[in-house]
Design a protein around this ligand. Structure first.
Ligand code: ADP
Ligand code: MG
Length: 610
């Protein structure tokens, strides 16, 4: 195999990154000159301007030069400044500023701003060098994994990071899918359903997969991009401060040291019952020394770990799995945080069965990425791999409602479309807002982009605009709008500039859609009833004007009363949905005779169609 054919698999993690390939039919991870396979996702920019340091050497400088050292940059990839919470900015220790287009950047120095993909590119360059040294050949092509919840902008930023590092990104793969592939290769035989529980340093993902005859299908995913081991470190650090009576807010260097010590203690507590944290001269000559027991840690960790439960339950319900204990053949653990005994107990509780721990949890994603790379370059016999859309995609329709075109958990690549028409007479153009999310109202969902399509003027309902959504194998969305009268096409590729995300955060989206399900449904029904009244009122008025006098007086009065009742119900505050629905229906019934006469008189156009 020549070097041009070789493709490596990369787990570009928030906390740790790894690179692997398939050799002689088996995925292996590549180690650096010191035999280490895990590269901490930390980049240090020396003050003297010499090349950036990546991994362990950068991590060692973190405490000394926190302002020149960047960790967890993945949280900033493809994100706008207004999307970031204060906690997220704090978690970085770097100054986050708004760059062009409001994209988040890191201010290294007053006049040196770094885009997150430039920082990620340093990590990828390092992994590329590790792979080239280990394989003794050039490496130019890669498969890179991302969390299932990464949106288009975040995936695009990841592709750009690869390109900056001199890698052609052949495929972006969801992390849980890659991990399942790593576990799945070991599983042979009959059809099975598997849950992948990935609890890493910065993200949590749960995926449910169907595996049959070497075909992997993701049947549901759910998760939170801001939930991971970092939260446990923070919780423990806070506890340590309180225990030691060091109440002053520690400086940046002390904070970094404290977090490092907390992480070490947390990791030790996965195998020991207690550990001692010693931080000499932590702040203003004062030292911290404290014993932490596993029980202490579990008390702190419990509420954080519990937050994964609702995501698991949601995915199970999406997949129609009522009894995971009997319907799931395995639950596999992924991510370093699943080494924590408490996490394993919670997982066993949620799924009613002991999790499978046959793979090293922090290496599974990279192993799966290597397998996917191996498939692409022909080193592994073809295994079909299907992914799903984590959130629904659609467009805004009349009345501000979300019209779903591709529902969440649809297997990708996927293509779907619908025909739309003009809501108003002589409307010159239609604005198509592309939305992502689970809420019933357009305004509560993410706007991914918008495009305008012109059409020749005509009566209401005369235009025919086809809207097609196409998601490719990388989860990248192309929207095509076509005016069928003129065959004019407008194409929107969801690129950076087009991504206009509102305040809602994707990880909160699903939780919110559950919390607001009742309200949203009522709101949707109200909007639909309102639209119906808005259509009825002018149509009935117009009909009364033209042929009202032909009607018997009692019938005419009946219609007028019903009409006024609809108007009153539509204007009533607070909204009274049953009242409006009933008034609409009464008006419908009262105007039956009127409608018949209109038809007779061939005045149906005046009524706005049948
Ligand atoms: P990511 O995918 O987010 O980059 P990893 O899967 O490598 O992260 O997991 C990193 C997280 O796992 C860190 O928070 C780290 O502290 C935690 N971790 C690693 N080993 C252990 C352990 N033995 N016990 C508890 N947590 C661990
Ligand atoms: Mg990971």
């Amino acid at each position: 195999m020549t070097s041009e054919d070789l493709i490596v698999g990369i787990d570009l993690g928030t906390t740790n990154s790894l690179v692997g390939v398939v050799e002689s039919g088996f995925p292996i991870l590549l180690a650096d000159e010191n035999g280490r396979r895990i590269v901490p996702s930390v980049v240090h920019y020396p003050a003297d301007g010499s090349p950036a340091l990546v991994g362990e050497p950068a991590q060692r400088r973190h405490a000394l030069a926190p302002d020149r050292t960047i960790a967890s940059v993945k949280r900033l990839m493809g994100r706008r400044i207004e999307e970031l919470s204060a906690t997220e900015k704090d978690a970085l220790d770097s100054t986050v500023v708004a760059g062009p287009g409001q994209w988040a950047e890191i201010a290294l120095e007053a006049n040196r701003h770094l885009r997150p993909e430039e920082v990620s590119a340093e990590i990828l360059r390092r992994l590329k060098a590790v792979a080239e040294a280990a394989l003794e050949q050039p490496v130019t092509r890669a498969v890179i994994t991302v969390p299932a919840y990464f949106n288009d902008a975040q995936r695009q930023a990841t592709v750009r990071a690869g390109e900056l590092a001199g890698l052609t990104v052949e495929r972006i793969v969801n992390e849980p899918t890659a991990a399942a592939l790593a576990y799945g290769l070991g599983h042979t035989g009959a059809s099975s359903r598997v849950a992948v529980y990935d609890f890493g340093g910065g993200t949590f993902d749960l995926s449910l997969l169907q595996i049959q005859d070497g075909v992997f299908t993701v049947i549901a995913t759910n998760g939170d991009t801001r939930l991971g081991g970092d939260d446990l470190d923070q919780a423990l650090a806070g506890w340590l401060l309180r225990q030691s009576g060091l109440t002053d807010a520690p400086g940046l260097t002390a904070q970094v040291r404290l977090l490092e010590a907390s992480r070490t203690a947390k990791e030790a507590l996965s195998s020991e019952d207690s550990t001692v944290v010693r931080l000499p001269f932590l702040e203003a000559g004062r030292s911290l020394e404290c014993t932490v027991t596993r029980a202490d840690f579990e008390t702190l960790a419990r509420p954080i770990v519990e937050r994964t439960r609702r995501h698991c339950l949601r995915a199970l319900s999406d997949a129609g799995i009522l009894d995971p204990a009997t319907e799931l053949d395995a639950v596999v653990l992924v991510g370093g945080s699943t080494r924590i005994p408490l996490v394993r107990r919670v997982v066993a509780e949620i799924f009613g069965q002991e999790p499978d721990t046959s793979q090293p949890p922090d290496e599974a994603v990279a192993l799966g990425a290597a397998v996917q790379a191996g498939i692409l370059c022909g080193r592994v016999r073809q295994v079909l791999l299907m992914d799903v859309t984590p959130l629904s995609l659609g467009i805004e329709t009349f009345g501000g409602l979300m019209n779903v075109i591709i529902p969440r958990n649809t297997t990708i690549p996927a293509k779907a479309g619908e025909m739309f028409t003009n809501a108003m007479t002589d409307q010159p153009a239609m604005l198509i807002r592309v939305l992502q999310g689970e809420r019933e109202l357009a305004k509560d969902n993410w706007e991914l982009g918008r495009l305008d399509i012109d059409f020749p003027p005509g009566p209401k309902g005369s235009a025919r605009v086809g809207v097609q959504f196409n998601i490719d194998a990388n989860g990248i969305l192309t929207v095509l709008a076509r005016d069928t009268a003129t065959m004019t096409d407008r194409i929107l590729e969801i690129r950076d500039a087009a991504v206009d995300v509102d305040d809602e955060r994707v990880e909160a989206m699903i939780a919110e859609s559950i919390d607001h399900a009742w309200e949203d449904m009522t709101e949707r029904q109200w909007t639909e009833a309102r639209l119906k009244s808005d259509e009825l009122i002018p149509a009935v008025r117009q009909a009364l004007d033209s042929i009202g006098l032909d009607l018997p007086a009692p019938e005419r009065d009946g219609i007028l009363t019903a009409l006024l009742a609809v108007e009153a119900a539509a204007a009533a505050e607070p909204h009274d949905l049953p009242r409006l629905k009933q008034a609409n229906q009464a008006l419908d019934e009262a105007t039956e005779g009127l409608a018949a006469r209109l038809v007779e008189k061939a005045l149906d156009d005046a009524f706005g169609g049948p």
